[in-house]
Design a binder for this molecule. Structure first.
Ligand SMILES: Nc1nc2c(ncn2[C@@H]2O[C@H](COP(=O)(O)OP(=O)(O)O)[C@@H](O)[C@H]2O)c(=O)[nH]1
Ligand SMILES: [Mg+2]
Length: 446
């Protein structure tokens, strides 16, 4: 869809509705002509701002700044006019409509970035990283995407594979086109080696992308029997009174989540209903949810009342979470402690007087840190690439299996597919369809 519109002049509001200044971007061959029609001004200098009036017929509808960039020295590589108008609400919307009335079309998501790529102003991976710079709400992810957008770009690891796959692709095409003339003697050892390296490289980028995703959506769940102090701990860790703390066991019947921040790390912290066998139907529902939560938790904080000996329910919690990443914590250390050999290595805390909370916080951060993506490794910033990467790894495995067969047609087919995939993954997009998929996930006005 982006390609069909490449000769049109596009426009969009690039700032959010609440902003006090609205920036309207217009890009394309008619940008200055439209700006002239609106303002009466005829000469727009490169990279120069002007103070102008915008007219709707005879009526002045805005007094604003216009900033112009001449092709190819603009973000998109086309002529660009930016109107900096009052606010991004109705006023800006109406000016946008005027621009459309005078010959532009409303831009699609990511269409400015798409044009920047088509006009060789940036690579696809730079555009993707830049989109993450714009949308990221996490300092570490912002830093990581900045690096990919402004410094060394990331998927060189995959780009380096392209010539080798191209060699096999050319060979495969020749075999298909001239079966009699070209020998089918493909160097299978060399191909096997390339498959292994490709698999490793794609998997590395995929793993780092997944680490980033996980890092941005790290789930910590506080689990334990009713009344051990889960809600008290939750409140301390999120730094506000959110969960109800009560003496009556079973008060937290559902679960609530808040963001936990410490030492530059963040996670989604959930206070759950206790894992308890119960008669109450409502509480039972809460407990059911706790079990589901247990599954999605990246880190479980198992909380016990250190003043009491462990009972069967406590042991059940320990057993059920054996395979999960977990921190075992003994609360109420302000009371005399019961003998609990199973909890010998537990972190000791008191939600009442704050003992041990700093130690626990450090341990939580250490666990989040284990999942941090590597800033020096590439990541796939778009979902489409992530899915494609998994698909490509599957095809590589399949090809490896077929190498030992005499099914040359399938081998050639897979070589062609993988060659295309690796080009797409490294940002050398091979079809219009792929452009649509990648840029469709961008912000409007970018
Ligand atoms: N002495 C003492 N009491 C605590 C401590 N932590 C929580 N409590 C009390 O234990 C009771 C249950 O706490 P709550 O956080 O609601 O437990 P939950 O059912 O696991 O969410 C409340 O009366 C709390 O005030 C602690 O470290 N020491
Ligand atoms: Mg509670």
């Amino acid at each position: 869809m982006y390609f069909d519109r490449i000769n049109s002049t596009i426009c969009a509001l690039a700032t959010a509705k609440e902003s006090s200044i609205g920036i309207i971007r217009v890009s394309g061959s008619k940008a200055f002509k439209i700006a002239s029609k609106l303002t009466g001004k005829t000469n727009f200098e490169h990279r120069k701002a002007d103070f102008v009036k915008i007219y709707d017929g005879e009526k002045v509808v805005e007094k604003c700044l216009i900033l112009t960039f001449h092709t190819p020295f603009s973000f998109t590589g086309e002529d660009v006019a930016e109107f900096h108008v009052h606010g991004a609400a109705e006023n800006a919307e109406e000016i946008l409509k005027l621009i459309v009335k005078n010959g532009a079309i409303p831009a699609l998501k990511g269409e400015f970035s798409f044009r920047a790529v088509i006009n060789s102003k940036m690579s696809v991976d730079e555009a993707l990283a830049l989109n993450t710079v714009i949308t990221s709400e996490n300092p570490y992810a912002t830093d990581l995407s900045r690096k990919a957008a402004f410094e060394k770009n990331s998927v060189d690891r995959l780009k380096n594979l392209i010539p080798e796959w191209e060699y096999f692709h050319t060979l495969a095409t020749a075999v298909v086109d001239f079966p009699d003339q070209v020998s089918t003697d493909i160097d299978f050892e060399k191909l096997k080696n390339l498959i292994n390296r490709s698999n490793l490289d794609i998997s590395k980028v995929s793993a780092n992308s997944k680490a980033l995703e996980k890092f941005l959506d790290y789930q910590i769940i506080i689990l334990g029997k009713p009344n051990v102090g889960k809600s008290s701990l939750f409140n301390i860790l999120v730094g506000q009174e959110r969960a109800i703390v009560a003496d009556i066991p079973g008060t937290t019947r559902d679960y609530i989540s808040e963001t936990f921040y410490a030492k530059g790390f963040q996670a989604n912290l959930t206070d759950s209903a206790g894992l308890r066998i119960t008669d109450s139907e409502i509480e039972a529902k809460g407990i059911e949810k706790s079990r589901n939560l247990l599954e999605k938790g990246d880190l479980l904080i198992l909380l016990f009342d250190g003043s009491k000996p462990l009972d069967e329910e406590d042991r059940e919690i320990l057993r059920e979470t054996r395979m999960k990443s977990r921190l075992i914590v003994k609360n109420k250390c302000d009371f005399a402690q019961a003998e609990n050999t199973e909890l010998a290595d537990a972190v000791e805390i008191s939600c009442k007087n704050g003992t041990g909370i700093d130690v626990l916080t450090d341990k939580i951060c250490e666990n989040i840190e284990k999942n941090m993506p590597d800033k020096n490794e590439a990541v796939f910033f778009s979902d489409w690439q992530k899915r494609k990467a998994d698909e490509t790894v599957r095809k590589l495995e399949e090809l490896k299996l077929y190498l030992d067969s005499d099914q040359i047609e399938i081998i050639l087919f897979l070589i062609n597919e993988i060659f295309t995939d690796i080009r797409d993954l490294s940002g050398n997009l091979t079809s219009h369809d792929v452009y649509d998929k990648i840029f469709g996930g961008f912000c409007l006005g970018k």
